[in-house]
Write a protein that binds this ligand. Structure first.
Ligand SMILES: O=C(CO)COP(=O)(O)O
Length: 126
């Protein structure tokens, strides 16, 4: 039997409202996925849609991006939605870059903004 597919959801602070709204709008499809999220983002998703299966990892600046990168490298994450804030300097910018690099290395679908994430969700049959 195949395992439940896993999507990683992350948003920088200025984009968390957008991601909470994204989770609400795509709730029906996301219900079929296991979700992993960085700490604060995961809390916001749970608040927005309590029915979703969300595993919260560490907050991004404390290693959460790296944890998600590790899960990608072990084949446990099938898709990445990461609403990045391009206008704010981040102390953990190197971690953000490393995560995007691993998503590219392992060739998993990766959406870095709302428009692309919406298109990605539309391609999912369930
Ligand atoms: O900083 C982040 C991603 O780089 C997100 O972390 P939080 O979800 O803990 O805010």
């Amino acid at each position: 039997m195949s395992r439940t597919r896993c999507i990683a959801l992350i948003a920088h602070d200025q984009k968390k409202d957008d991601l909470a709204d994204f989770a609400r709008r795509h709730q029906a499809k996301l219900m079929n996925w296991r979700i992993v999220a960085t700490g604060t983002t995961g809390g916001r998703i749970k608040d927005a849609v309590p029915e979703l299966d969300v595993t919260r990892l560490k907050s991004g600046p404390l290693g959460g991006d790296q944890q998600i990168g590790a899960l990608i490298s072990t084949g446990e994450v099938d898709m990445l939605v990461f609403f990045v804030d391009p206008l704010t300097p981040m102390p953990h910018d190197v971690d953000v870059k490393a995560l995007m690099r691993l998503a590219t290395v392992y060739d998993i679908p990766m959406a870095l903004n709302l428009a692309t994430a919406d298109i990605l969700m539309q391609t999912l049959t369930a």
